[in-house]
Design a protein around this ligand. Sequence first.
Ligand code: APR
Length: 250
Amino acid sequence: MTNHPKIKKAVKLIKNSGHTTIFTGAGISVESGIPPFRGEGGLWEEYDPYFLDINYFINNPLKSWELNKKLFYSMFADCEPNKAHRLIAELEKAGYVDAVITQNIDNLHQQAGSINVYEFHGTYKELICIECGKIYNFKEEYLKNLPPRCNKCNGVLKPNYIFFGEGIPQKAYQASIDEAEQADLFIVIGTTGEVTPASLIPKLAFDNGAQIIEINPNKSNFTNQITDLYLSGKATYIMDKIHQGLQDTN
Ligand code: APR
């Protein structure tokens, strides 16, 4: 597969790129044991997305926390980065990758060693008080008495990832736009491209002249719209072939 023409083309694009940005979705964490939201085994096949709506949280903090604990916190506690996360971190160290923009809240890119990571939908590693805005680093003890409360104003603490109806974290949003404006190459991995404004970022990169490589076992909203090179397959498998190809050409 390393000699597959599409892999060879991807290797060439990466080597010739002056600025490469990785854009990931839930699919890159599937091989770490974290279910996606849509498609086979997706969370939304089993749960109503309304439990992740900010109004539901404000009106039912305990019920919402119980579901978030079950579907995210308990899941993330036992999950490790997979080979795709690790190879992306290696490519950053080797100078082939400049930044990662992720829609994921699982912190697996950082755990794998990636440094320049923008979390477009926030992170489970922090909690925020919905009254006074105080930020807390997540600790397991906060899950003992739900909903957790602020030690400053006794307000309810919320996971510091965005719920439906909330805005995108400003710093991550601006950084993602900056990446889309300067990247020569966007590598889009494991996302349906169903959710805005996240899905607008690869489209902005395309409009700014970036080449788009897409890694996904299934076609997405991007594939027939902006993707220049579609690599059909699982993230760990394709990233491994690309990594091997880069090593072979050094
Ligand atoms: N390797 C690569 N891609 C994979 C793999 C894999 N092993 N397994 C599944 N995929 C792909 C699926 O084909 C699908 O395109 O991952 C994608 C998962 O799609 P979604 O679950 O829609 O994930 P994502 O696009 O990240 O969702 C965006 O929706 O609900 C919100 O906030 C949530 O961040 C999430 C956003």
